[in-house]
Design a protein around this ligand. Structure first.
Ligand code: GDP
Ligand code: MG
Length: 598
């Protein structure tokens, strides 16, 4: 296969418009997977991805295609995750492509993420091929969508391909269209090996598998490679292509997309976005745009059963092998015992990690309220970075506090402009600029405290824009703020794991809703349980759980012993998700409830 027979492309779309289904169909048509092995959403390999229907880790597949004239092609489909938490992975993946298919659901039309993803692709000068999907549905409005592709996306709507990823109708037309429209990869003519790492994963037998796109030169077994950012060297053991399975090759060359194995023990040694070159003949400069993914949200994790601590330790170590962006360190709480303080790319990332730990490693967890990193200057002039309320200094010793802000870009139909303004102000945002992109679509820019974005901003934005609001952000530095530490006392005892750091103006309302939530979540016990919210020594909210004796056997009137035993066992199981704090049992859900406003 020559370079001119290669095409590198991604599929981008608003969520649910059919990206995964279409990928499956393309894979199926090439016949690289037997019918028997074909299952839905081949590229979404994690359970959570399949269940939630979202793509978290990008995956790559090389599709062989023979054109009508007999020419053979290799079409490399590089899959991308679709959520803002993972937008860094999206841009890495797109940077490895010359083109992208942009899918639009024929019943929904152009939506927010269609545009956001289009902008990402346009910034990288990709050739963009519009595809109208779901034409099998009776409610499909192909003409209307063609129009939107012209007007909103500025692309050729008239010649947009029309397919049904579900029935397969029209999908075979995509292959010749990709070959004709998307240019083959160009290579720098330096002849010094240069490749971009866009992903990695961990294999327990082979170590870290590096996914890369070659921009110049060739690579083969035995080469000594250099990771430029990391300044580390490895000897290549194997190179190859992805065809769901890894297919080893003698060598890979300019323009190709593939993997390498080089006895790399730890996935953290491989940085997404880093440039690979040859140790003895390095290229002049890296591919560029390298950025460390930095965690922005922090939370502590405790096993519900204290004796699961060892298991949690092991599970985190193993999860880290597959997710280099996860960071953690030992932590302990008076209320919850030993645990870990973890850093995440965003809230979805946090949820995904929690779910994987609970599901893949079978550990029940309690997570504390997520926090951002504050910069606190004490009266002695010291500057401390603090993300854990436990480390909050005595307020008398604080001279200045700064919190991280983001630059948010929100794209919405103009009819939602007022709603968006309102939500942004509600979350302490400041409006910067706004402009019309098309006759009825706006781009609005705000500066918002990151802490507010972590706390429900995205959900609220989505609901007030009925899902049409697309949101993207970048970190924009620190600004001075008025922060307080809000504590919760249960039965008179301060529960350190419930404390949060919050802006003074928001503390009282938050304390009230959190107390109410805790009251609902904490089961009645034989005594009254006061729940209080406090700043320093001052109580600012209060609720009470009234006394009640919960006797689960009461309803099986005498008699049936085995039924009684079953009920008691069931109750015991339920207890595993409870945590004794002082004399009160607090369910796992109570710790999470403090985070939510409604
Ligand atoms: P993604 O979020 O873009 O990856 O979307 P999915 O591929 O997961 O598809 C979202 C939903 O739309 C799933 O329930 C699919 O079965 C359905 N779907 C995808 N393509 C088609 C299509 O061409 N026709 C119909 N009727 N349904 C489709
Ligand atoms: Mg998907």
């Amino acid at each position: 296969i020559l370079q001119k027979q290669i095409r590198n492309f991604s599929i981008i779309a608003h969520i649910d418009h059919g990206k995964s289904t279409l990928s499956d169909r393309l894979i199926q048509l090439t016949g690289i997977v037997s019918e028997r092995d074909m299952k839905e959403q081949m590229l979404d390999t994690m359970d959570i991805e399949r269940e939630r229907g979202i793509t978290i880790k990008s995956q790559t597949v090389s599709l062989p295609y023979t054109a009508e004239d007999g020419t053979e092609y290799l079409l490399n489909l590089i899959d991308t995750p679709g959520h803002v938490d993972f937008s860094y992975e999206v841009s890495r993946a797109l940077k490895s492509c010359e083109g992208a298919l942009i899918i639009v659901d024929a019943t929904q039309g152009v939506e927010a993420q269609t545009l956001a993803n289009l902008y990402l692709a346009m910034e990288l000068n990709l050739t963009i091929l519009p595809v109208i999907n779901k034409i099998d549905l009776p409610s499909a409005e192909v003409e209307w969508v063609k129009n939107q592709i012209e007007e909103d996306l500025g692309l050729d709507g008239e010649n947009a391909l029309q397919v049904s990823a579900k029935t397969g109708q029209g999908v075979d037309q995509l292959f010749p269209a990709i070959v004709a429209a998307i240019p083959p990869p160009t290579v720098d003519k330096d002849n010094r090996f240069k490749a971009l790492i866009f992903d990695s994963n961990y294999d327990s037998f082979r170590g870290t598998i590096v996914h890369f796109r070659i921009f110049d030169g060739t690579i083969k077994k035995g080469d000594t490679i250099l990771f430029m950012q990391n300044d580390s060297q490895y000897k290549v053991e194997e190179v190859g292509l992805f065809q769901i399975k890894r297919i080893p090759q003698k060598s890979l060359y300019g323009g190709q997309v593939g993997y390498l194995i080089a006895g790399i023990k730890n996935i953290s040694d491989v940085k997404i976005g880093d440039t690979i070159t040859m140790a003895d003949r390095p290229c002049a400069k890296p591919v560029g745009g390298f950025r460390e993914p930095t965690p922005v949200v922090f939370s502590s994790m405790y096993p519900v059963a204290s004796d699961d601590y060892e298991e949690l330790t092991e599970a985190l170590e193993r999860l880290k092998l597959n997710d280099a962006s996860l960071i953690y360190e030992k932590d302990s709480s008076a209320a919850l015992g030993f645990g870990y303080r973890c850093g995440f790319l965003g809230l979805l990332h946090l949820e995904v990690v929690q779910e994987r730990l609970e599901r893949e490693y079978d550990i029940s967890l309690i997570l504390t309220s997520p926090s951002v990193q504050y910069e606190i200057t004490t009266t002695d002039g010291q500057v401390n970075i603090i993300d854990n309320p436990v480390n909050y200094p005595d307020p008398a010793e604080i001279s200045k506090i700064r919190e991280p802000f983001i630059k948010a870009t929100i794209i919405v139909p103009d009819r939602y402009m007022g709603n968006v303004m309102q939500v942004c102000h509600e979350f302490r945002g400041v409006s910067k600029t706004y402009q019309y992109l098309t006759s009825n679509r706006m781009e609005m820019k705000f500066e918002l405290p990151l802490a507010e974005v972590v706390y429900e901003f995205y959900d609220r934005l989505k609901s007030v824009t009925q899902g049409y609001g697309s949101f993207d952000y970048e970190i924009a530095g620190y600004q001075e703020t008025d922060l307080v530490k809000l504590d919760f006392l249960i039965n008179g005892e301060r529960v350190d794991a419930l404390s949060i750091l919050i802006h003074r103006d928001k503390a009282e309302a938050r304390a009230r809703t959190a107390c109410k939530k805790l009251r609902e979540e904490i089961p009645r016990q034989q005594f009254k349980i006061p729940i209080q919210g406090a700043i320093g020594g001052k109580i600012i909210a209060r609720e009470t759980v009234s006394a009640f004796r919960k006797d689960v056997t009461a309803k099986c009137y005498g008699g049936d012993i085995s039924r009684k035993r079953k009920l008691l066992e069931k109750q015991k199981k339920g207890k595993k998700r409870m945590k004794m704090v002082g004399s009160v049992e607090i369910p796992q859900s109570a710790f999470l409830s403090v985070l939510k406003s409604e």
